[in-house]
Design a protein around this ligand. Structure first.
Ligand code: MG
Length: 103
């Protein structure tokens, strides 16, 4: 069993809460910018997700001062990871059943 002091567990929970809140805020930003986008199918959404993952790779290259052949403004690894997660959340939202099943 994990014997971490409780204050360390609370700090980790605070980090997770901040990340989840940032993902939710990014989803709101995407919705504000692009709307529902019901006309975008899953293959296109996956292409968007893949593009965002590419920006994570660019941000890693920037952060770790690796040579890159492409100019990019994707230099904030945290922001790029939040954007990847937000697009994945958007895809998952489409798979939530419309009706909540009876308990
Ligand atoms: Mg991005």
């Amino acid at each position: 069993m994990n014997q971490q002091p409780i204050y360390k567990s609370i700090n980790k929970l605070n980090y997770r809460t901040k990340v989840l809140n940032d993902i939710n805020r990014e989803r709101d930003r995407q919705f504000y910018l692009y709307g529902e986008q019901k006309d975008i199918n899953f293959p296109l959404m996956f292409a968007i997700l893949s593009e965002e993952i590419g920006e994570v790779a660019q941000a890693i290259q920037s952060q770790y001062e690796m040579d890159s052949v492409k100019e990019t403004d994707s230099d904030n690894l945290y922001r790029e990871l939040i954007q990847v997660a937000a697009v994945a959340v958007k895809m998952a939202e489409r798979l939530v059943p419309d009706e909540v099943p009876d308990e």
